[in-house]
Design a protein around this ligand. Sequence first.
Ligand code: MG
Ligand code: ZN
Length: 190
Amino acid sequence: MNKFVFVDRDGVINEYPGDGNYVVKKEDFHIIPGAAAAIAKLKSAGFKIFVISNQACVSKGLIKKEDLMNMTAAFLSYFDQQKAFIDGVYYCIHTQEEACSFRKPSPKMVFEIYRQNNIKPQENKILSYFIGDSIIDIKTARAAGCRSVLVLSGREKKEREPYWEEKPDYISDSLLTAADLIIDSNTKDV
Ligand SMILES: [Mg+2]
Ligand SMILES: [Zn+2]
């Protein structure tokens, strides 16, 4: 079985910067407590882990691509020290107006990751989850055929549930509780 967990970044790994805002400075990248422990647990449970994030701040000129890459390298190296190994980070840096085909809720970044890992969804057995803090992530999960987990550590709050255009398969407080939920539900399945 090929096991994947796709994780959104802002509001899941690091603190949500607020509606319409971006994290454009290293000092504003605050890791949510338990995020590294969550990744480490999923890794030990045999999942490949990829971060999939829209970062239109690059196209909007709010941050240089190089600085986004430096910020990414900094959190990855911190995570590595906690044995929280992330297999890859994929960003779409385009604005909605640019209509990039990789921008979430498009499933194309997930499919690209499958392709790069020589996984053919028609032929290979895949168990995959998508964890995000926004309904855009839940729509991406649905389009990509992943089980979805909405975490309440960022953009969405439980009281907004009547307005959700796509219902998540699971709701969890944070990445850490989401990791426990994924691991529990898969030991029960066996
Ligand atoms: Mg997010
Ligand atoms: Zn793009």
